[in-house]
Design a protein. Structure first.
Length: 129
């Protein structure tokens, strides 16, 4: 039998990009996510799309807007973030403000997305353990 991992090891191994990918998959489905990741990867050569959403949200948004158009990209992100906020009771998250920060290439978007990912992970983690 393999070595049993403890809870702290499990937490350390979690990837924020996996949390974001799961959020998108839950909203648009696995097949649409595969297509979206492929299209984003064509525009973001050498960078994993959900890593970029964490590190450079404006560039992620620009790539998404180049695929869907700016209105559809903003709407998709609003709907996804609103669903997450509702599901996890994130009353602090102002989705419209987040999208404004994201499209304006403001640092606040990066900070809020990181906080969002952390809170989603903690909520999902508590359900499993």
């Amino acid at each position: 039998m393999g070595k049993k991992r403890n809870i702290k090891e499990t937490v350390r191994e979690a990837k924020p990009t996996s949390v974001l990918r799961d959020v998108f998959r839950d909203f648009i489905g696995e097949s649409a996510l595969t297509v979206l990741e492929y299209q984003l990867s064509k525009r973001l050569t050498g960078t994993e799309p959900f890593e970029l959403l964490l590190t450079d949200p404006a560039t992620f948004y620009d790539a998404l807007a180049s695929i869907l158009g700016s209105d559809a990209a903003s709407t998709l992100l609003k709907l996804i973030f609103k669903q997450v906020a509702s599901k996890h009771g994130l009353t602090w998250l102002n989705v419209d403000e987040l999208i404004t920060l994201l499209t304006a290439d403001e640092n606040g978007a990066k900070e809020r997305i990181s906080k969002l990912v952390q809170e989603i992970y903690e909520a999902e983690y508590k359900k499993r353990f």
